[in-house]
Design a protein around this ligand. Sequence first.
Ligand SMILES: C[S@@+](CC[C@H](N)C(=O)[O-])C[C@H]1O[C@@H](n2cnc3c(N)ncnc32)[C@H](O)[C@@H]1O
Length: 261
Amino acid sequence: MHSSNPPLALLADPQCTTDRVAKLAASLGISLISEPHGQVLLLRLTPEHLELCKLGDPELPGALWVDFERPSARRRHCHPGQELLVKAAKVRHTTGPLVIDATAGLGRDGFLLAAAGCRVWMFEHNPIVAALLHDGLERAARSPHTAAITNRIHLVVGNALRHLPELDEQPDVIYLDPMFPERSKSAKVKQDLQLLQLLDDNNDAPEQLLLAALAVRPKKVVVKRPLKGPLLLGRPPAYMLKGKAVRFDVYVGTPKEISIK
Ligand SMILES: C[S@@+](CC[C@H](N)C(=O)[O-])C[C@H]1O[C@@H](n2cnc3c(N)ncnc32)[C@H](O)[C@@H]1O
């Protein structure tokens, strides 16, 4: 983790088994504390879920955890075809396309694509974010509403730049939603994203991700951008789908002139 990030510690509710708690702290390489301290960024294990919280900061949400069963999420998952992302990632005449979500984050977009019938491999390089996502996916796998969707998802904890060149299967689509610096300065940044940004200010350049994705030669590379954000690499996509705050740039086919050197 980057040195400018606030220190992170794990706090577990007494009902959680000590074995599980110790394993989690060791796997994430963070210390286990028994009492919260003022401004410390906390990962908190409760009997229900794993959550990230920053205490004493009214600007940020109390706690953040992954919940694919929230009413708003369930509504999206019931009608995924209406979502712009699903339209952007659609591949004609392909059943169960393989989508690589190379910047999985809290998995909302990847889960939506899986709800639309895609097989989704999620890559997330930040171990804390990946732990939150893994926890959410585990709970979703136990729910009758979301189990079938979860079956189509595979989470890989690691850097997409390393994994993309050595995929076992040729993906149909690679999806990128990189963290953009301009997001952090925007007043409209969603609060949970602000919390995530506290964890990771050490992201690879989005341009690097686009080059790596294009080099895999999927049928499509879909990039989520701020509505008015500049084109990555200054390169116009085949087409764009625009929403109110974001747009999806869709690169189709393999641009021969792109070099990844
Ligand atoms: C804006 S968030 C993605 C949000 C996600 N689309 C969602 O629906 O929750 C970007 C995420 O990409 C991750 N990330 C950035 N670069 C990465 C890389 N090279 N490999 C894997 N994950 C990466 C960051 O850690 C962060 O969690």
